[in-house]
Write a protein that binds this ligand. Structure first.
Ligand code: HEC
Length: 155
């Protein structure tokens, strides 16, 4: 009897913890960046750098698009995090596109991208929301940057 009660209490606790985690997760997907006085958190800043290492050659500087690939500043206005992750991981080829070179490569094997995919997402989402402008954003000082502190602790 006692064990049973404990199990129920335990289940109740983990369910509510799960609900909270889900709520936080969806908040993060909506707004994965912190920007104070125009200064961005570490994730958004790192995302800017990673984007301009790998993605800008096709998607254009500042994610504005090019003749090769769409503007991700536009795409991220409506695209979910899950869909974003899916495309970057598996790549995509436009079906029936006039331009047969229109291929989004798969980055599943590229750890420079996959390890920082949440940061790239944060940067692109900030661009889509017009929360960060063109060019290199200014970073929050590390001691005021919650994202940086969490990132450092996780390393
Ligand atoms: C070699 C060129 C190239 C590179 C490099 C590249 N992409 Fe793409 N990407 C494309 C093309 C072309 C498409 C459009 C594919 C289609 O029409 O289905 C695309 C589509 C996408 C889409 C879907 C957009 C939408 O509106 O559906 C996302 C998201 C995306 N790319 C993210 C990235 C990210 C993040 C990087 C860097 C890690 C990256 N891409 C690097 C060429 C590229």
């Amino acid at each position: 009897m006692r064990l049973w009660t404990m199990a129920v209490v335990g289940l109740g606790l983990s369910l509510s913890a799960l609900t909270t985690a889900n709520a936080q997760e969806s908040d993060w997907e909506e707004k994965p960046y912190i920007i104070e006085d125009g200064k961005v958190d570490y994730g958004t800043y790192n995302g800017y750098r990673r984007y301009h290492n790998t993605c800008h050659v096709c998607h254009g500087p500042d994610a504005l698009g090019s003749s090769f690939a769409p503007s991700l500043t536009e795409s991220l206005k409506t695209m979910s995090y899950t869909d974003f992750l899916e495309v970057v991981t598996n790549g995509r080829q436009a079906k029936g596109a006039a331009n047969q070179d229109s291929v989004m490569p798969s980055f599943a094997e590229n750890s420079d991208v996959m390890l920082y995919i949440d940061h790239i997402y944060a940067y692109l989402k900030a661009r889509a929301d017009d929360a960060v402008g063109r060019g290199r954003p200014e970073r929050l000082p590390p001691e005021e940057d919650q994202v940086f502190q969490e990132w450092k602790d996780s390393q």
